[in-house]
Every structure is written in structure tokens, then in C-alpha cells.
Design a protein. Sequence first.
Length: 230
Amino acid sequence: MSRGFLYFFAKLCKKLNLNINPCIITVVDTSILPPTQKGRQYEIRAIGLREFAGLRRDDERLDPFELARYAKLLVASFEEIEPFLTEETRTHLLGAGSDKWSGGACSQTLFDGTKLIILNPTHNENRQNATLMEEICHVFLGHKASRLAIENVNKHGKPIARDYREADEEAAYSVGAAALVPYSALQKFVAQGKTSREIARQFNVSRELVEYRMKVSRLWEDYKVKVVSG
């Protein structure tokens, strides 16, 4: 069994106050991991999340909204927070600024320890799944919340609206994407000649996310030979 997987799962259980023995988990077969070192690290954590969610097959859909409960995230609809927004803010978030945000979680917890999360209502279900999965991974990976204050500048010298941690963002998005579209299933579907659109329907994600997973997992060339050129 991968020590990295055991370590991650033990941390996950401790964070969620679960008394689970990690030794009962199935051994991770390295043949179902992507070829890059960083990709393997992300995949192992994604496998842990899928096991935690009770999924047994690599082609099963992961429901981020169900998993959010275990991350102590309360997903509120935009309609529920609308009364607390000014008309100007609401108009911007749903109009000119709608393509500038996907979602976010409040840094302050509610009275029962949960965190409130809002998803962009102008985005479709596939994109919301990816956004919510990224926020869930921030919790499971133990990332500190970013601050919504203009206190930093980016590498181009422009002010940024939060304390951005690039490594945390990459890890949360990558682990979330791997949990939604596992490498082992993706590899199998590519070999079967399935299109990215078909695979996206299987996992209820966007075609862009599937193709991103192909590229970072070094399956893109195989896909082009099997599907695009074939």
C-alpha cells in the first residue's frame, strides 16, 4: 500500500473525527496511476476521496454535493443570499462580472462549524461540479482560507483581490479533477475510442475538464490517435 495514500487518508480521517483504520483500505495498484510524479501524488489523494465517498468502481460518478456534507460545506443557492446584496453587486455578479468568478467559501464558520459556499448560478451543472469539488479539496487538503482583501500584487504588478496561494490552488483543482475523472477509467475509455464528450457525460463534467485530464495524464496523444485521427 502506498505510504502517501495511507498518510493522506489518516489525515483526512483525523480532520473529520472519524475512527477508521487505514489498513483496511485496498492496496493502491501503481498501474492505475498516471506517469508523472506530481500526477501520482494528486491521483492518490483523489482515490482516497473516492473511497471515502463510498465509490467502488472507477467509472462511477462522484457527486460533489453529497461529499460537501462531509467537508462541512453548506452550499447555499444564490437566491438565498440575494437579499443581502446590493442591487449593484447583484447586477455585477450576474452580469458583467459573471465570467470573473466560479464560487467561493466564507472563511468564517457558521455556529455549527460548517462553512457557507456559493456557486455561480450562471454556470452549468458540469462547471459547478468542478468548482464545488475544488472547494471541497481545499478543506480535505487542509488549506488555509484566502483573504478577500487587496493586499498583494501579482507577478505583473497588478493588485489581486485575495491572498492567492498558487500551489494550493493547483493542488485543489488537480485533486478535484482527478476525483471526478479517475486516471484508470480515463485510460480505459481512451483505449476504447470514446470521445471526450462521451466521457464527460459519463462523469457529469465538462468536455474541457476531460481533455484537461487527458493532457496532464499524458493520454492526449493516445486520444488523438484513437479518436481525433481515427
